[in-house]
Ligand binder design. Structure first.
Ligand SMILES: Nc1ncnc2c1ncn2[C@@H]1O[C@H](COP(=O)(O)OP(=O)(O)OP(=O)(O)O)[C@@H](O)[C@H]1O
Ligand SMILES: [Mg+2]
Length: 274
């Protein structure tokens, strides 16, 4: 009896797994550098599973499995997963929407008539968060970084529009960031706290992602922007920044539960189309 199905998105940083076994279903992720551990779990915990893999590291992972696995194109699998999760969570995406995958880097796609086209991207993503967090504070652990950032004050590091328009009425909202990490006048002799630096770093990433994404949405006449990727996992600060700035640009931000598993869910669904 072949009752287990496994969909895997093997990305640059994390391996995401979505599975169904008999009546139950679940999600699990591993660091991509712990690929052997992921392969061993798949081999040992499932009985004759059907497996479909997507993502940049799909070929490497497939070569480590004894069970043969199908591979599918990542961007199409991701679209399929988003469509499924949105439907399950009763979220309407409308006709012609954007999805933005904030993974190690960021990839932007326009979906219309059930097809996706990659319309842009940015090297600024979750890898930037981990890399710059380490270089600026010495911290390496993702959860510690996002938790520390939660107590931070961006006002110690970033220059707001109102900081420039001292005593005068600014032509745009004084609350907007005029310059990320731009509060340089205060910096010599007073290094901001790690929490403040990390909060600003997350702000920088979120604002860049939104600027590129909302421009792409305007260009394609799309209203809804679905943000996915593990960089949003347990990261309310990034989610809030993205939400606020997307709304400011007049677009509708959408976050799906388990959105980080869109690619894995899409790979799982592809097994039924064989
Ligand atoms: N436990 C974790 N360990 C490391 N990074 C994490 C963890 N949880 C969330 N992240 C964040 O998620 C990012 C990776 O996101 P995601 O899994 O979507 O990318 P990926 O699929 O591996 O990469 P890509 O699609 O670009 O190949 C990391 O760069 C980091 O910012
Ligand atoms: Mg990915």
């Amino acid at each position: 009896m072949q009752s287990s199905k496994i969909g895997i998105d093997a990305g640059g940083t994390l391996i995401k797994v979505a599975y169904t076994e008999n009546e139950s279903a679940g999600y699990r992720s591993f660091r991509s550098r712990d690929m052997d551990e992921a392969a061993a779990w798949i081999e040992n915990d499932f009985d004759h599973p059907s497996i479909c893999i997507t993502g940049g590291k799909s070929k490497v992972l497939a070569s480590k499995l004894h069970t043969s696995a199908m591979t599918v194109v990542e961007f199409d699998a991701t679209m399929k997963g988003i469509d499924f999760l949105a439907h399950e969570q009763e979220r309407t995406l409308g006709d012609g929407y954007l999805f933005v995958n904030v993974g190690t880097g960021t990839s932007i796609h326009y979906v219309i008539d059930g097809r996706q086209e990659r319309v842009g991207g940015s090297g600024i993503g979750g890898g930037t968060l981990l890399g710059l967090a380490y270089l600026l504070t010495g911290m390496r652990d993702y959860d510690t970084i996002v938790q520390t950032a939660g107590d931070g004050d961006r006002g110690q590091v970033d220059l707001k529009v109102r900081d420039i328009f001292e005593g005068a009425l600014p032509p745009i909202s004084g609350d907007l960031t005029a310059s990320n990490f731009g509060k340089t006048e205060m910096m010599p002799g007073r290094t901001p706290a790690n929490a403040d630096i990390l909060a600003s770093l997350i702000g920088l990433i979120g604002e860049v992602v939104v600027t590129v994404s909302t421009n792409m949405a305007a260009h394609n006449n799309a209203d809804a922007i679905v943000y996915i990727g593990s960089s949003l996992r347990s990261n309310p600060l990034l989610q809030e920044t993205i939400e606020t700035y997307t709304k400011l640009a007049g677009k509708t931000p959408i976050f799906l539960d388990n959105g980080a598993y869109s690619g894995a869910v899409g790979a799982l669904l592809s097994l039924d189309e064989k």
